[in-house]
Ligand binder design. Structure first.
Ligand code: HEM
Length: 152
């Protein structure tokens, strides 16, 4: 019977190379493929779930902006939730990268994190120009659209 050297997959990186019979090798390969798929679907599920949570957070954030605009609460709740949303959004690119969810999704996740940072910086830009700060609600729209694209 033909013998096969076990491939070094990322699942069994630490295992030493062994000599396997053909059926053993194909069984091991099947197990590894299932393990990689399970890990990928797990990360994908977490990624989509987190995008949905962020989308809900953004909806509340828009409501908090409305409360501030109409003088109900001031902007403190908006500033606090905004900071939480921005920090939480960094988990998306990390999940996409570590879970190997593909370059397109990973790029979009990094873009979202970058736009989140920009969202805070646009408020600080008031020191330079209020016209730049006026892009804060426009960027909010981009945040919602991009998050929605990853939540569906
Ligand atoms: C939905 C996405 C949004 C996020 C993640 C977000 C995030 C933030 C954050 C983190 C701050 C505090 C920044 C700082 O103190 O340096 C802030 C402030 C502010 N946001 Fe937003 N924002 C969003 C949408 C909006 C919208 C749609 C408006 C439109 C009215 C708005 C109006 C403001 C204003 C006026 C402030 C300044 C509040 C102050 O003077 O302390 N934001 N936002």
């Amino acid at each position: 019977m033909q013998t096969i050297t076990s491939p070094q997959t990322d699942i069994a990186q630490s295992a030493p190379a062994q000599t396997l019979t053909e059926p053993e090798a194909s069984a091991e390969l099947r197990v590894n493929v299932i393990a990689v798929r399970t890990r990928h679907t797990g990360a994908a599920r977490w990624h989509r779930g987190l995008a949905r949570v962020l989308l809900g957070g953004l909806a509340i954030q828009l409501f908090f902006a409305g409360l501030g605009v109409f003088g109900v609460t001031g902007f403190l709740p908006h500033a606090i939730l905004g900071s939480i949303i921005i920090l939480t959004s960094f988990a998306l690119p990390i999940l996409a990268w570590r879970g190997r969810l593909g370059s397109a999704l990973t790029r979009r996740s990094w873009l979202l994190a970058a736009l989140m940072i920009t969202q805070g910086l646009l408020i600080d830009a008031a020191r330079i120009s209020h016209v730049i700060t006026a892009l804060h609600p426009v960027n909010a729209m981009l945040l919602v659209l991009l998050t929605f694209s990853m939540a569906i």
